[in-house]
Design a protein around this ligand. Structure first.
Ligand SMILES: [Zn+2]
Length: 387
C-alpha cells in the first residue's frame, strides 16, 4: 500500500484557469511549503491536507496582480490601505501608479512596502512631490520635474520601480502638456523604463499623445469618458490607437474615480478593442465605490462583453510580465513555484456604476480565498454591501 500524500493545503474541485501554463480545467491545487506541489484532476481523493478549501463551482486563479493603484496610505490624500483594499480582496501584487515621487519614495518604502506582505511595485511620479494631494497639481510648478532625482530613485530602487508616471490632466500641469510629456518620455529613455501616461481632461487628442510614446509605454484610463477619448466622432476606436498598439504601446483600463465610462467601453469592446492589462486604479477616493476593488472592475468589463477567458490573463500573467515579476512566479500556478492563489466565486447579480453614474447589471465576482506564498489571508466582504 502506498503512503497517502499529505499537503499543507488542498484547493479542491475548482475550475483552474492559469493562462501562463495553458491550463483551463477542473482540477485540485496542492500547496506545500509555500509552493505549488501539484495541479491535477482527482488529486484530492487520495491525498490528505492540513487545510482543505472546497472550490467546487468556483474559479481557481493565480493570485491577482493589480497594475495600477494608489496605496501611499497616511501620506497621500489618495492612498488606500494596501492590504485592506487589495490582499484581502484577492490581489497579491500591486503597482502604485505615481502616488510616490522621488522626494517621498523613502517614506513610501518604509510605510507601505517594508511592513507589507504583498509584492509592491511602483511607477514613480515624474514630479518629486508625487500625487500627494489631488487638490494641488503635482506639475503646476515644472521645477518639480527633476530628472536627476527621478533617475537616482529609480536606480536605487530597481527592485520595485518599474516605470515613470505622468498625469496629463490640465489641473495637474496647466498648459505644459507637450513639453512635459516629451520630458517624461526622455526620462523613460534615459532610465530604460516605460512611462505610464494618465489621460482624461487633457488638451491633446489620444492620437497626438500615443504618437509621442515608445513601445512599452502605457496609456492609463483607455476607457475614460473625459476628453480626449479613444473614440472618434464616428463612435469608433480611432485608427491611430490601433496603429500605436501595433508599435507596442500598451493600454490599461484603470477605472478610477473618474475614468471608466460604460459609454466608451461598451462600443470599444464591441469593436474588439480590449485593454492589454485590466486595472482598477483603486484609491482612497474610490475604494468604497464606485471602484471598490479589482474583482469589481473585472465584473464590470465582463458584463460589458469581455470574455472571462480574456479577462483572467489581463489580471494575472500580463500585468506580472509588464511589472517584471513573472520570473518571481507571480501571475501563474506553476508547479514548484510560489503558491499565490485567488479563488473567486459568482456572487449574484449586482447593479454596478461607472465613473459617471451610469449603471449596469453585472454578475459579480467575489474572492473566497487568497494565498500568498502558501499562506491564507483573511478576506473582507465586498464594500459595496455596506454602501
Ligand atoms: Zn491612477
Amino acid at each position: 500500500m502506498t503512503q497517502q500524500q499529505t499537503y499543507d493545503t488542498l484547493i479542491v474541485g475548482g475550475r483552474v484557469i492559469d493562462p501562463a501554463n495553458g491550463v483551463d480545467q477542473i482540477a485540485d491545487v496542492a500547496v506545500t511549503g509555500g509552493r505549488i506541489a501539484a495541479v491535477e484532476g482527482g488529486l484530492a481523493a487520495s491525498a490528505a491536507a492540513t487545510t482543505r478549501i472546497d472550490a467546487t463551482g468556483q474559479l481557481v486563479l493565480p493570485g491577482l496582480v493589480e497594475g495600477h493603484t494608489h496605496i501611499f496610505e497616511s501620506v497621500s490624500k489618495v492612498g488606500a490601505p494596501a492590504v485592506e483594499a487589495h490582499l484581502r480582496r484577492g490581489v497579491v501584487a500591486a503597482a502604485d501608479a505615481g502616488t510616490a515621487g522621488a522626494s517621498t519614495f523613502a517614506a513610501f518604502r518604509r510605510i507601505v512596502v517594508d511592513p507589507n506582505p504583498m509584492r509592491i511595485l511602483s511607477f514613480l511620479n515624474v514630479s518629486v512631490l508625487g500625487l500627494i494631494d489631488f487638490r494641488y497639481g503635482e506639475l503646476l510648478n515644472p521645477e518639480t520635474f527633476n530628472v536627476e532625482d527621478a533617475l537616482q530613485v529609480a536606480a536605487d530602487n530597481a527592485d520595485m520601480v518599474r516605470g515613470f508616471k505622468i498625469r496629463l490632466s490640465e489641473d495637474v500641469l496647466g498648459d505644459q502638456i507637450t513639453p512635459l510629456l516629451k520630458k517624461a518620455v526622455d526620462l523613460g529613455e534615459q532610465g530604460g523604463l516605460p512611462v505610464m501616461v494618465h489621460i482624461g481632461e487633457t488638451a491633446l487628442s489620444v492620437p497626438e499623445i500615443v504618437d509621442m510614446l515608445r513601445p512599452g509605454d502605457i496609456i492609463a484610463h483607455c476607457y475614460t469618458g473625459k476628453a480626449p477619448t479613444i473614440l472618434g466622432d464616428n463612435g469608433r476606436v480611432q485608427d491611430e490607437i490601433y496603429a500605436a498598439r501595433e508599435r507596442g504601446v500598451l493600454y490599461e483600463s484603470a477605472h478610477g474615480r473618474s475614468n471608466l465610462s460604460f459609454k466608451v467601453a461598451a462600443p470599444a469592446i464591441e469593436q474588439g478593442f480590449i485593454p492589454d492589462v485590466i486595472t482598477s486604479d483603486t484609491s482612497a477616493r474610490n475604494w468604497r465605490g464606485p471602484v471598490f476593488d479589482l474583482v469589481t472592475s473585472m465584473s464590470k468589463l465582463i458584463a460589458l462583453g469581455i470574455r472571462l477567458e480574456d479577462v483572467i490573463p489581463r489580471v494575472t500573467i500580463e500585468p506580472a510580465r509588464l511589472l517584471g515579476i513573472d520570473g518571481e512566479g507571480f501571475g501563474a500556478l506553476t508547479v514548484g513555484g510560489p503558491a499565490h492563489v485567488a479563488v473567486l466565486t459568482g456572487a449574484g447579480v449586482a447593479t454596478l456604476t461607472d465613473a459617471a453614474g451610469n449603471t449596469i447589471e453585472a454578475a459579480r465576482l467575489e474572492p473566497t480565498a487568497v494565498l500568498l506564498n502558501g499562506e491564507q489571508f483573511d478576506l473582507v466582504p465586498w464594500r459595496g454591501l455596506s454602501a
